[in-house]
Write a protein that binds this ligand. Structure first.
Ligand code: CA
Length: 232
């Protein structure tokens, strides 16, 4: 496997160099951009596996870069970790809403930053396995699932699902009207560090239905068999 490539968008030279040094030591390939505009250009030209994005940047600030990357079909899949100063809490929230995956406050310990990078990349690897099966959006009635973004919207509002609930929803809604036995569901959820039992499937379904509020009946119980997402 080729090394992961990380694009560092940071205008402060010493921080940029510190990042480059620590990332290279962990065998990442590193590209540095000193302005928002340059970072955006580099990400479009040669999409990296992850972007470390400072917020206070010349030319184009980090939030703007994040917004443009997430609005572009070619770059929206690239995970972004924001590098922020303590005074930028409000911007952190905006950044997360724009689709950034995580943030690390300055001054940060390289060890913590590296752990965050690994965590975010792991999350994306799981998602890309899923989206290789179905990368297109799934739309069933009020439900819209974007597998590439690991996101489910109900009546246009993002659902706050656990990872397992999300996988369950993706499985069921991926084939509306299709009955899944508990056994099939267990198989599709397996591969996690999680012992999935039939009983756990039932508990997950209860949790998922709760989060579907008025639409909970879309997840139907097929007595003696399993579950099915209603066809609409
Ligand atoms: Ca800066």
């Amino acid at each position: 496997m080729s090394p992961h490539k990380i694009l560092v968008v940071e205008d402060e030279e010493d921080i940029g160099q510190l990042l480059e040094y620590n990332l290279k030591r962990e065998h990442y390939q590193v590209a540095l951009a000193e302005s928002g505009r340059l970072g955006l250009e580099m990400a479009r030209k040669d999409p990296p596996d992850l972007i470390l994005l400072d917020l206070m940047l010349p030319e184009l600030n980090g939030l703007e870069v994040c917004r443009l990357l997430k609005a572009d079909h070619e770059t929206r899949h690239i995970p972004i970790i924001m590098l922020t100063a303590r005074s930028e809490d409000v911007d952190v929230v905006s950044g997360l809403e724009l689709g950034a995956d995580d943030y690390v406050s300055k001054p940060f310990s390289p060890r913590i930053l590296l752990a965050r990078i690994r965590a975010v990349m792991r999350r994306y690897e799981v998602v890309s396995e899923e989206s290789s099966m179905s990368s297109d959006s799934i739309e069933v009635g009020p439900l819209l699932v974007h597998p590439g973004r690991h996101q489910a919207l109900l009546d246009g509002v993002e659902m706050k699902l656990t990872h397992m609930e999300y996988k369950l929803l993706l499985t069921l809604a991926g084939r509306p009207g299709w009955v899944f036995t508990r056994d099939q569901i267990v198989k599709s959820l397996r591969g996690e560090n999680y012992a999935v039992t039939d009983r756990a499937v039932d508990v997950l379904v209860v949790g998922l239905r709760k989060k579907m509020n008025a639409h909970s009946a879309l997840v139907e119980t097929v007595r003696g068999v399993g579950y099915r997402f209603q066809e609409m």
